[in-house]
Design a protein. Structure first.
Length: 194
């Protein structure tokens, strides 16, 4: 099929993009290549401005188009144009990348911070270890689904959207499991002897 070039954002361009995404939903690799060629430059530009790192922006661009390939069947033309749909995916992926980078920097910075060696710090560290043990014991009393969601959210510091993707679960279910797990865990910690 010959590629027809039209101005981005024009009605003809939007209609062509809708046709392409419909073909992508049917796993048409040629349509996906054309879809990528048409939209990747503008999506990459947005990601570079958001992330301020071209290398990271290129990684997120790949994640964005992979998600588009996997979820093209979920695209709804009555909700948004293909470009707007893809920009929404890119923005979400970009914000996740920013959170991961921020978390990584905090961990690296914390690794270089030395704790002052005083008795008060030793006591508070001991209390912290005691609390950690109580939390671990409480986690073991939760169901496996809540355990997994809480571990991903608080140990791996993943946002709910990333947890939903990793577990192939609706975002609302992840949020509910985290919220309910936190409530149960809180009640168990309150009831446990200090």
């Amino acid at each position: 099929m010959d590629r027809i070039c039209t101005a981005p954002g024009s009605n003809a361009s939007i209609e062509q993009e809708k046709l392409l995404i419909a073909r992508v939903a049917r796993e048409d690799r040629e349509a996906f290549t054309e879809f990528f060629d048409r939209l990747s430059p503008s999506i990459l530009g947005v990601l570079v401005r958001l992330l301020r790192q071209r290398g990271l922006a290129e990684e997120v661009l790949q994640e964005t188009f992979l998600q588009a390939w996997l979820q093209a069947g979920n695209y709804r033309p009555e909700v948004a144009s293909p470009r707007a749909w893809l920009l929404n995916i890119a923005r979400s992926r970009g914000l996740d990348a920013l959170r991961r980078e921020s978390s990584r920097r905090r961990r690296e910075e914390a690794a270089f911070v030395q704790e002052p060696k005083t008795e008060a710090v030793g006591v508070s560290r001991l209390e912290g270890l005691e609390t950690q043990a109580r939390v671990r014991a409480g986690l073991e009393q939760l169901g496996p689904a809540q355990q997994e969601c809480l571990t991903l959210a608080f140990v791996e510091e993943l946002p709910h959207t990333a947890i939903a993707q990793r577990l192939s679960m609706p975002l609302g279910s992840v949020k509910s499991r985290v919220r309910l797990g936190m409530r149960k865990l809180g009640r168990m910690l309150e009831a446990a002897p200090a």
